[in-house]
Design a protein. Structure first.
Length: 181
């Protein structure tokens, strides 16, 4: 390996690990929404890879939407202020929705987003996150579907970035400190 792969200190979750997490979460969603259609709402940009893989694993009717919401900018920690950069293109009133997130970290963005979407009257609203980092939580929010709980390390890959880089890695790894400090 060379190029950006050399920036990775260690691989935490391989392609196979990530595929298994997506399959498990899909089975849980299918169980909970048997006979229903769900609307998956990806929180861009980080969750696009996870949502694509999750949607392909689902064996129930689903549609997809995208929102761009951020409290990070190009930094490593939340600013605490949430900005909606792209809103939904459809109505969600009366629909069963699942917010799909790459990582539940501080919880600031997801807490804001859940309140915003709840006010629009969906039939139900749940959260699916690939990664849960509870050590950094600043709000009282939890995911209904979790791929795995992760340690408090600075990770990239599989949609997760640092300054818009590393999203294209097929695995999740720990970024070497010299590349973000």
């Amino acid at each position: 390996m060379n190029g950006i792969h050399e920036h990775i200190l260690e691989i935490l979750y391989s392609e196979e690990d990530l595929a298994a997490m997506c399959q498990r979460i899909a089975r849980e969603i299918e169980r909970d929404y048997a006979g229903k259609e769900v609307l998956l709402i990806a929180v861009l940009k980080g969750s696009f890879v996870f949502m694509a893989d999750l949607a392909r694993q689902l064996n129930i009717p689903c549609s997809v939407e995208f929102m761009a919401v951020s409290s990070y900018g190009n930094g490593m920690s939340t600013s605490g202020e949430v900005c909606v950069k792209k809103d939904l293109d459809c109505q969600i009133a009366g629909r069963d929705i699942i917010i799909v997130e790459d990582i539940l970290d501080s919880g600031v963005t997801l807490s804001y987003l859940k309140k915003l979407l709840t006010a629009r009257g969906p039939a139900s609203i749940r959260i699916a996150t690939l990664l849960d980092k509870p050590e950094r939580r600043k709000t009282d929010i939890y995911a209904d579907y979790v791929g795995t709980v992760i340690p408090n390390k600075f990770i990239v890959g599989y949609g997760l970035d640092y300054a818009e880089q590393y999203r294209n890695l097929p695995y999740i790894g720990v970024l070497k400190p010299e590349y973000y400090s």
